[in-house]
Design a protein. Structure first.
Length: 748
């Protein structure tokens, strides 16, 4: 089977949702392409390809469709910068044409109102309009011609037909005036309208490009966090400042106070605090000492750290995040796919409506001038630019905000789906709790001291990696307990361990383990029940065939758990705890943090089935919040899997949403952000549809017989441009809404 890879391709020349559809269809038919998703706002296509994919062939097909193949966007910064430069060059070229077109259009408009002889004025307007229509508007005409060759239509078709109709009619009036009547007062020729159509549509495209740039600021800010230089430390102690790209895996480098880390590494010498807020959203600096990881772009607060590089530029965790955000901005929400389907039939329908408008007005008024004006107005005002930008711009802003807050969405579809979630299922250990149990209770039989019991237990558990063993060892060290040499050690995973300590056989483990070894626990039932009822996990310690004591261990809830659960419930979200722990322990934690529903003593492979049952019972999608490692099956089976607190590649791959910090407030923030984003998307789509529903009848002249209201082609062009820019501006408003929520939440 061919190996499947995912690549991003920069595409130039796309201007509306119809362009997106056409490019997707073209890419999907290329040999070796399994799937294609095009984002109008970013100008990129995300492809899943096999080894059969050939870039030259793909480039040829895309350019045949009238678009620019700007190349594959690689992981390296140079390639991404090249694509940005190409887009910047395109924007500058549009601006040049816009300035020249604007000046000429103003001159044409001035001539149309000048006291010059009418025939002479119209002749001057004719010659001035030619460069505007055929040079300034060449991208529209070229795109329309190529679309025509392929038997399709798009925004270029509408703009070209509208401007050429106005220009063609005006030309015929100029050179053959006797053929026409001018029953519509004040309108003889429309050179100014034809020129203004091209100029205003180009202005709208330029403003869209400028405004869309702001939606990419999140990625640009992330990339700018990486320093360009690194200070290498050679074996002889020399230091050398080099370009960060020259750092290789295994190289040693130093990060001084105030400097950013150039690549991912492991601390091998020194201690400090590092600001990782750009990755995790966590404002407090994280302590770093020998063996701890450091990430590219993070800031060393104090002291100096000598580190060993583990990932070069282009393969760092920060690069991973940037790629994830870019992919998220390219994945379509279902609501966007609906808009794309509407757009695919919208342009042909508009052309039919404009032709019917022309024929109807010609039949009713016998006035070609008026009929042609209505025809051109319908074509121009119905351009589906706003429809194509409505969803991707909001998704770009939402995922960008999320990246800055340490909330990584895998796609626009995830951002949309989270807004519909009504049930959230939480794992307990490591998610709602710290995940690091501590010994809180030591109960011994008569004649055995606490330190003695801990000494025997710690001696058997020394070397074990089990969390409860670590808790016992930590408590023993805290109390200054002496460890003993243990022999004949054996472990039964998940149950307990045995060994010989000071000549005595010692068992440390669960009550089931102790019983199965033939040791009675009958005398300890009251103590065990009291400890378990308060949420403690019990570790029995038996010496020479008799239970000598019980250690009660507890995993503490995270500091922000109570507030996070309360906020989720206030949002109307049902909260459920799902855990493999004993019911008593789970119930104690749930009561403490405010969760009413608890499903406990569940094996990992049973969690997916419970998620499915909750989805079926409620009829709504279900989200699962886990640590991204041992909860992977449940995260995958949920409609939205939220991996929290690990900040590892495993977490990113397991969940649809990754929270880089371990704070539960990130879960609340993810839901709030998704709901705000979905609200903005719906507003954008409503106004885009509403605009066309209202404007097309207005441009077609349906209100003219009653209110004497109509739209000239130039005003139609202005209205179309304003609609596109307003949709993008509304998406950018999402950032203000988010900042206001943060201020209100933290009372800042």
């Amino acid at each position: 089977m061919d190996q499947v890879a995912k690549i991003d391709v920069a595409i130039g020349g796309m201007s509306c949702a119809a362009c997106v559809r056409r490019v997707e269809e073209a890419l999907s038919k290329i040999e070796g392409v399994l799937s294609a998703s095009v984002n109008l706002a970013t100008g990129k296509a995300t492809l899943e390809v096999t080894e059969a994919f050939q870039e030259p062939k793909a480039k040829e097909i895309i350019e045949e469709r009238g678009y620019q193949w700007l190349g594959i966007v690689s992981e390296k910064g140079e390639a991404r910068s090249l694509v940005e430069e190409l887009h910047e060059r395109e924007k500058r070229w549009i601006l040049t044409k816009l300035i020249i077109g604007g000046v000429i259009t103003v001159l044409i408009h001035a001539l149309s109102m000048s006291p010059l002889d009418r025939s002479f004025s119209e002749l001057l307007q004719f010659f001035l309009a030619i460069p505007v229509i055929f040079w300034v508007g060449s991208s529209f005409l070229g795109g329309a011609l190529k679309s025509l060759k392929k038997g399709s239509s798009d925004m270029n078709t509408l703009v070209s037909l509208g401007s050429l109709a106005a220009f063609g009619y005006s030309t015929s009036v100029t050179f053959f005036p006797s053929l026409y009547s001018n029953s519509l007062p004040g309108h003889g020729v429309y050179y100014d309208g034809a020129a203004m159509i091209v100029t205003l549509v180009l202005l709208g495209r330029f403003l869209e490009a400028r405004t869309r740039e702001r939606t990419s600021q999140a990625i640009r800010r992330l990339l700018n966090l990486k320093p360009s230089l690194a200070t290498l430390v050679w074996p002889d102690g020399r230091t050398e400042e080099v370009l960060a790209e020259r750092v290789r895996v295994g190289d040693h480098f130093i990060i001084r106070a105030g400097q950013r880390c150039p690549v991912d590494g492991i601390v091998i010498e020194g201690s400090s605090s590092v600001d990782e807020s750009m990755l995790t959203g966590e404002s407090l600096p994280q302590p770093k000492r020998t063996g701890d990881p450091v990430y590219a772009g993070t800031v060393n607060i104090e002291g100096a750290l000598i580190c060993k590089a583990i990932a070069p530029v282009g393969q760092t965790f920060l690069d991973h995040i940037v790629r994830l955000v870019e992919e998220a901005q390219g994945r379509k929400a279902s609501i966007q796919r609906l808009a794309d389907r509407v757009s695919s039939i919208f342009v042909p329908v508009v052309i039919v409506i404009s032709l019917v408008t022309f024929l109807l007005w010609w039949h009713l008024s016998s006035d070609v001038s008026r009929s042609l004006m209505m025809f051109a107005s319908v074509l121009v005002i119905a351009c589906p630019c706003a429809l194509g930008l409505a969803t991707p711009t909001a998704i770009m802003v939402g995922t960008g905000i999320g990246a800055e807050e340490g909330i990584l969405f895998k796609g626009g579809d995830v951002l949309e789906l989270m807004g519909k979630i009504r049930t959230v299922v939480f794992d307990k250990t490591g998610t709602l709790t710290e995940g690091q149990p501590v010994v809180t209770d030591i109960v011994t039989r008569k004649g055995v001291s606490e330190k003695e019991l801990l000494g025997y237990a710690a001696s058997v558990e020394e070397g074990s990696l089990h969390p409860l063993a670590s808790a016992i060892l930590a408590k023993a060290r805290e109390l200054g307990v002496n460890f003993y040499k243990a022999s004949d050690l054996s472990t039964r995973p998940g149950y307990g361990s045995t060994g010989i300590v000071k000549g005595s056989r010692v068992l440390v483990g669960s009550e089931v383990f102790i019983r199965e070894e033939g040791i009675s626990t009958e005398d300890w039932q009251v103590t065990a029940r009291d400890l378990a009822s308060s949420g403690k996990t019990l570790v029995f310690v038996a010496i020479e065939g008799e239970v000598s004591g019980i250690l009660g261990c507890s995993d503490r809830p995270k500091l922000d758990a109570v507030k996070a659960i309360s906020e989720l419930k206030s949002m109307g979200i049902r909260v459920v705890m799902l855990t493999g722990d004993r019911f008593e322990s789970a119930r104690f934690i749930a009561n403490h943090i405010g969760i009413d529903e608890v499903i406990a003593e569940v094996l990992p492979d049973e969690k997916a089935k419970i998620i499915e049952n909750l989805r079926r019972d409620t009829g709504f999608p279900v989200a699962m919040v886990g640590d991204g490692i041992n909860d992977a099956p449940a995260l995958v089976s949920a409609d939205v899997g939220i991996a929290i607190g690990t900040g590892t590649d495993i977490a990113i791959e397991s969940g649809d949403v990754t929270l880089m910090s371990g704070r539960l407030s990130g879960v609340v923030a993810a839901f709030v952000l998704s709901r705000y984003s979905l609200r903005v998307i719906r507003q954008n789509l409503f106004w885009a549809f509403f605009y066309n529903v209202l404007s097309i009848p207005l441009a077609a002249g349906l209100f003219y017989p009653f209110f004497r209201i109509y739209l000239t082609p130039s005003w139609a062009a202005a209205a179309m441009a304003v609609s596109s820019v307003s949709v993008v501006a509304n998406a950018l408003r999402l950032r203000r809404i988010w900042n206001k929520w943060k201020r209100d939440r933290f009372k800042v």
